[in-house]
Design a protein around this ligand. Structure first.
Ligand code: ADP
Length: 259
């Protein structure tokens, strides 16, 4: 496989740029186009679990009277309902994040606490796949940030690392700080990402392997949420990946300057 490195730098728009954008019809049309695409994608994504639910209900209706079968279908229905709930939660989240303007409620945060909270949140899913999450705290940087948004972003990265690794593997979460920049890296030894997909996986609903993502309950929104959380913190998110070797996603945030 070939190695490649992608860095998605996200910086907040300044006021002047916002004005220029508002006055630019081409940009306005592009934004309108993007909203339309989003609506089309959302309805398409919602149809999948709803279709599965209808089909399962129909099968029971049409006389699956073996109680073992009925229970099996009920279990599948609950899985689809869970997927639907996650999808709706993430659609609300991404809409809130990209709505324009800042939504982050900044408070003084010790990043190691944020890392631990995200690891705890991802623990159940990791256990289910027999994957150990290993924290690697090299520093305890302080930042100004939104705790809930950062936990959500990190959890998305850890959930992905778990989901796209084989059972038995380890996922490391490293926290460091250098030159006024804190970095959190989520390192997996999973399937890796094809160079041609690396630029695009931060887009809403983009998946390298749609079948696998859907099968594991993925929504295709996780990484676009991570990107927008970085944007809300004037930070960045970077990716190193090699197919068959693994992936490392790194979130960078400015360390709190004293005085
Ligand atoms: P999903 O819900 O599909 O995981 P994401 O936005 O979180 O959506 O990720 C987009 C796509 O990027 C995934 O469908 C997958 O193809 C790829 N991807 C994300 N994280 C990883 C990873 N750690 N290893 C391999 N592929 C990944």
């Amino acid at each position: 496989g070939s190695t490649s490195f992608v860095h998605v730098r996200v910086t907040p728009l300044d006021d002047e740029l916002c004005l220029a954008v508002a006055n630019d019809h081409t940009e306005a049309r592009a934004a309108e186009q993007s909203r339309r695409e989003f609506a089309v994608n959302v309805s398409h994504e919602l149809k999948t679990p709803i279709g599965a639910l209808s089909l399962l209900a129909e099968t029971i209706e049409e006389g699956a009277d073996d109680p073992v079968m009925v229970r099996k279908f009920a279990k599948k229905m609950r899985k689809e309902a869970r997927r639907l709930t996650k999808l709706i939660q993430e659609i609300i989240e991404i809409t809130r994040l990209q709505g324009g303007g800042s939504i982050a409620e900044h408070e003084r945060l010790q990043l190691d606490g944020v890392v631990h909270e995200a690891i705890e949140a991802a623990r159940l899913g990791a256990d289910a796949r027999d994957i150990r999450i290993v924290p690697d705290l090299k520093a305890r940087p302080e930042i100004m940030g939104d705790r809930d948004l950062l936990v959500m972003a990190l959890r998305n990265l850890i959930d992905n690392a778990v989901q796209y690794s084989d059972p038995g593997r380890e996922v490391a979460v490293a926290l460091g700080a250098k030159d006024g920049v804190a970095s959190i890296s989520v390192v997996d030894h999973g399937i890796g990402i094809d160079p041609k997909d690396q630029e695009r996986i931060f887009e809403r609903f983009y998946r390298a392997d749609p079948a696998r993502s859907r099968d594991t309950g993925g929504t295709g929104l996780g990484l676009s949420i991570v990107k927008h959380v970085a944007l809300q913190h004037a930070g960045s998110v970077g990716l190193w990946s090699e197919q068959g070797v693994g992936s490392t996603f790194t979130l960078k945030l400015n360390v709190l300057q004293e005085g």
